[in-house]
Design a binder for this molecule. Structure first.
Ligand SMILES: C[S@@+](CC[C@H](N)C(=O)[O-])C[C@H]1O[C@@H](n2cnc3c(N)ncnc32)[C@H](O)[C@@H]1O
Length: 208
């Protein structure tokens, strides 16, 4: 996400989708967040108002882009608890092993430079039995649609500032140290066709 993308993110890039149901899907994805929670790639903080009002004891939001995190800090009062904002990428989380009960991420693995490395980090910072809650736009399960995503991917990546529309994120999560518990495919409201397939789910780090 470049600086202009960060400036227009809430109103022009996400506004219509948020109003058409994405805000509800965020609440659905984050409903099970509790205890000490880490959000990766928190962006401008659109999830803060979507967290459950009870049960979260600590909320740390990481975001590598300063233009995004300035907006996140400005809306921190929407969160159910005080927010700690940390500049970090998901592939290198500056936290000790097993330090969170829950990790969340929405619309992040499409941009992460290495989703497998990000997932390894998520697993490392989760406590055994802890959950990763995700909402990601993903590669279509329809072969023709997926081929269209592949064709458009380079153009989409350059106009969107780094978003990959054709990643098979569910397969990447399944290949990580986490175990998928829930994975539901839906549609990204008011989004271009190539980013329509939307995955909402959760994965757990096996208890030892
Ligand atoms: C499409 S925005 C989503 C923002 C927010 N999570 C949301 O749901 O609105 C993608 C976000 O991922 C962040 N990002 C990009 N690469 C990242 C990485 N390697 N690790 C963590 N976050 C990253 C971007 O800075 C941006 O804030």
């Amino acid at each position: 996400m470049n600086r202009i993308g960060a400036m227009i993110y809430d109103r022009f890039l996400m506004g219509a989708s948020q109003q058409a149901g994405l805000a509800d899907k965020r609440r659905e994805a984050l409903a099970a967040a509790s205890g000490e929670v880490l959000e990766i790639g928190a962006g401008t903080g659109l999830n803060l108002a979507a967290y459950p009002r009870e049960g979260i004891t600590r909320l740390v939001c990481t975001e590598p882009n300063a233009a995004m995190s300035r907006q996140l800090e400005a809306r921190s009062s929407e969160a159910p608890v005080e927010v700690e904002v940390v500049a970090a990428s998901a592939e290198r989380l500056p936290f000790a092993d097993a330090s969170f009960d829950c990790v969340t991420g929405t619309l992040v693995l499409c941009e992460a430079s290495s989703p497998p490395a990000a997932l390894a980090e998520i697993a490392r910072v989760l406590r055994p039995g802890g959950h990763y809650l995700f909402l990601e736009h993903v590669r279509s399960v329809d072969h023709d649609h997926a081929r269209k995503q592949d064709r458009w991917a380079p153009i989409w990546r350059s106009v969107s500032g780094g978003c990959n529309c054709n990643r098979d994120t569910l397969a990447t999560i399944k290949a990580s140290p986490l175990t998928v518990e829930k994975a539901e495919l839906g549609r990204f409201p008011k989004a271009p066709q190539i980013v329509k397939p939307l995955l909402i789910g959760s994965a757990v780090l096996a208890a030892v």
